[in-house]
Ligand binder design. Structure first.
Ligand code: ADP
Length: 483
């Protein structure tokens, strides 16, 4: 923690109603690169979560009543403070999450860009007037903030997954309570410190950091004062939380798992496809929900693609995220290493071929070697489950139709990628893919101007873009009569 120069960013307790909650009961935050304890954070309970919801409810009316321009101004200040502290925030993020520092800086800027984007969008929360069916009436449509928004976020983007939700919620006039992942509370608490410095009023932005995910989750999904629940995480947990939200008919946004296909057609620019795959596969050591999971390559270019990919992969630097030039950091914990190992082994047992890597890296017990596996098929677990590690699994196909069928053969529908230079094929395949986001000759697709989200069991709702405010507003219809 000596790497962090602004000590105010290192906080040790939840941020509720504008103040820091410091209990004696604490939990450890561990550096995944070396398993050292970085900090101890006071363990918030379900009762603290309830306090946070009640303070968000109290703060709601005044925040919603602020002119949009005022909310926008405060959000802009938050954005600027985050960018002023980009280096420190990135180091904190790398320390608790593991990703290379360059990527962590990218995440801070990416998260902040949503705050900037929604500060601008706050001023454009337009309604509508609709021609009425009779002369004595007028139909007016307004969009109003839904109320208190509760959120639960994962460890793989400890800053951006919170910023992306909070930015839209606060811009719309909602107040916000988030439970960050237990592995990565420090980035969330640092965001709260800067929210406070930016002048976000007490109760508008609350962080509840604890280890009782289930108990806190019960409050955030069931409390009568929570109007809307937003989740990013695994499909299994998302399904459970959806059920909990159903009892109170809460509005929900769910950004769940993915199983992204990455298709390389025979007319593709193979070098560009390799470069795109490096981004789509190895960012965050493969631990993102939009990571390429199934790499489908047309048979006539399969060998040349595999050869070029293998050469490029050998150039990846695996090291502690704070080390110069690190490109692949550690996986988040032992469980993650065990899961990646098991998926790889079961593919090899069923006939896949190991071309590169294949186990833990000498950098430490949670580092996994960039691994390339060939001859994978659709029946293997590695094709069905999220790998969440730096393992590239190649599968051959013969025809465009076969590629589309293979790609869509999953219950997930978050991101898909394909490479082709045939304009007809580009439109045919883009239309046929059952995914919320499609990268065409592009491996990095996410930005604040674009709607991020999935279809099928990857969830619903969109984050970012002008659609992003929809999830945090209700439509109210006013009927003016007797005119
Ligand atoms: P991941 O595989 O990314 O850890 P999870 O869905 O397990 O995905 O975790 C995402 C978030 O959901 C984390 O903040 C975690 O603490 C939280 N979480 C996990 N289980 C539950 C639960 N039963 N109720 C509420 N939140 C949960």
């Amino acid at each position: 923690m000596q790497h962090i120069s602004c000590k105010a960013l290192i906080q040790h307790g939840s941020f509720i109603n504008g103040s820091w909650q410091l209990h004696d009961n604490r939990f450890d935050v561990i550096n995944p690169a070396n398993q050292e304890v970085l900090a101890q954070v006071a363990t918030a309970t379900a009762a603290d979560a309830e306090q946070a919801v009640l303070s968000a409810e109290l703060a709601f009316a005044a925040w919603a009543a602020q002119p949009a321009a005022k909310r926008a101004e405060i959000l802009q200040r938050w954005y600027q403070l985050i960018m002023q502290h980009q280096d420190d925030l990135a180091r904190l993020l790398t320390l608790e999450q593991g990703k290379p520092l360059a990527e962590a800086k990218g995440e801070i800027a990416y998260g902040a860009s949503y705050i900037q984007w929604f500060a601008e969008e706050a001023k454009r929360l337009y309604g509508d007037t609709i021609p009425a069916p009779s002369a004595d009436k007028r139909i007016i449509v307004q969009r109003q903030p839904v109320g208190v928004v509760a959120a639960i976020t994962p460890w793989n983007f400890p800053n951006a997954m919170i910023a992306r939700k909070a930015a839209a919620a606060l811009a719309a006039g909602c107040t916000f309570v988030v439970k960050p992942a237990q592995q990565t509370p420090l980035s969330a608490l640092a965001l709260a410190e800067l929210a406070d410095q930016a002048g976000i009023p007490a109760g508008v932005f609350n962080v509840v950091a604890g280890t009782d995910a289930k108990g806190i989750g019960e409050v955030l999904t069931r409390h009568e004062k929570v109007a809307k629940f937003s989740f990013t995480g695994s499909t299994a947990v998302g399904k459970q939380l959806l059920k909990q939200c159903a009892d109170g008919v809460k509005r929900v946004s769910m950004e769940l798992g993915g199983n992204a296909p990455f298709i390389v057609f025979d007319d593709a620019d193979i070098d560009a496809a390799v470069q795109g795959l490096m981004l789509a596969k190895f960012r965050n050591a493969g631990q993102t929900c939009v990571c390429a999971n199934r790499i489908l390559v047309q048979r006539s270019v399969y060998q040349s693609f595999a050869d070029k990919l293998a050469i490029t992969m050998t150039q990846l630097t695996v090291a502690d995220g704070l080390a110069d030039g690190s490109q692949i950091g550690p996986l988040i914990d032992d469980k993650a290493v065990a899961k990646v190992t098991q998926l790889q082994q079961s593919a090899l047992d069923q006939g896949a071929t190991l071309l590169l890597g294949g186990g833990c890296h000498s950098a430490g017990k949670q580092f996994f070697q960039p691994t390339l596996i060939s001859d994978v098929n659709a029946d293997m677990a590695i094709s069905k489950e999220e790998i969440f590690g730096p393992v590239a699994a190649l599968m051959a196909f013969d025809t465009e139709q076969e590629a589309i069928e293979l790609a869509n053969n999953t219950e997930y529908g978050l991101a898909a990628y394909f490479y082709s230079r045939d304009i007809g094929r580009v439109f045919r395949v883009a239309q046929a893919l059952q995914f919320g986001m499609v990268g065409i000759n592009e491996g990095a697709i996410s930005n604040a101007a674009a709607p991020f989200g999935g279809v099928k069991q990857s969830g619903y709702g969109r984050e970012g873009s002008h659609y992003g405010l929809d999830d945090y507003t209700d439509i109210k219809y006013l009927c003016l009569g007797g005119l």
